[in-house]
Design a protein around this ligand. Structure first.
Ligand code: 4NP
Length: 175
């Protein structure tokens, strides 16, 4: 781990108390379903599926009830990852429920922080690219209005960030 890389909120992770994460973007049809799908895939590959509870949400209600965007799903499936989410809107009680709340960009970070009323809540909210070995501007770009290459770029960013995040959480898992 690079010394600059952010630490997630840490605690012992057990089957009785799985670590709960929610990925958050605007629509919950492109970037955050990709985060949910990739993190679940990595957790399954590691044999830790009983130790993590993974979800995604959108700060908007634009697409509530919809499955992942077809280009997001196509790109994910080309990498062996299935996107199974149905869009829902992020809600204030998610700040209590989840251990780590992971917005994809600064606008969504600000929208979530505006719903917080304690330091405990604020500390749980961390941009995904805090875990990217190549963080660039710290944001996962919105691919919605562009072509397939933008969705592939999102997949690559989210995959390498999720790998690093899981590596930082694994030492907390107590079988
Ligand atoms: P997402 O992408 O936030 O990654 O799910 C978007 C989906 C829909 C819209 C914008 C971004 N929209 O404006 O409807």
């Amino acid at each position: 781990m690079s010394s600059w890389m952010k630490l997630p909120p840490l605690r012992p992770i057990t089957e009785n108390e799985p670590y709960k994460l929610v990925f958050v973007c605007l629509g919950n049809i492109c970037r955050s379903p990709t985060g949910e799908g990739i993190f679940q895939h990595l957790v399954n590959e590691s044999g830790f599926e009983n130790y993590f509870e993974i979800d995604s949400a959108g700060t908007s209600a634009f697409h509530v009830g919809q499955p992942a965007n077809s280009k997001s799903s196509q790109v994910a499936e080309s990498h062996g990852v299935k996107l199974l989410s149905r869009a829902r809107q992020f809600k204030k009680s998610d700040l209590d429920y989840y251990d780590l709340i992971i917005p994809m960009d600064k606008e969504n970070l600000e929208n979530i922080l505006a719903m917080t009323d304690s330091e405990d809540h604020k500390e749980k909210v961390q941009l995904l690219r805090e875990y990217d070995p190549k963080p660039e501007d710290g944001e996962v770009p919105d691919p919605y209005y562009g072509g397939l290459s933008g969705f592939e770029n999102v997949f690559q960013i989210v995959e390498r960030s999720c790998k690093q995040l899981l590596e930082q959480l694994k030492p907390q898992v107590s079988p």
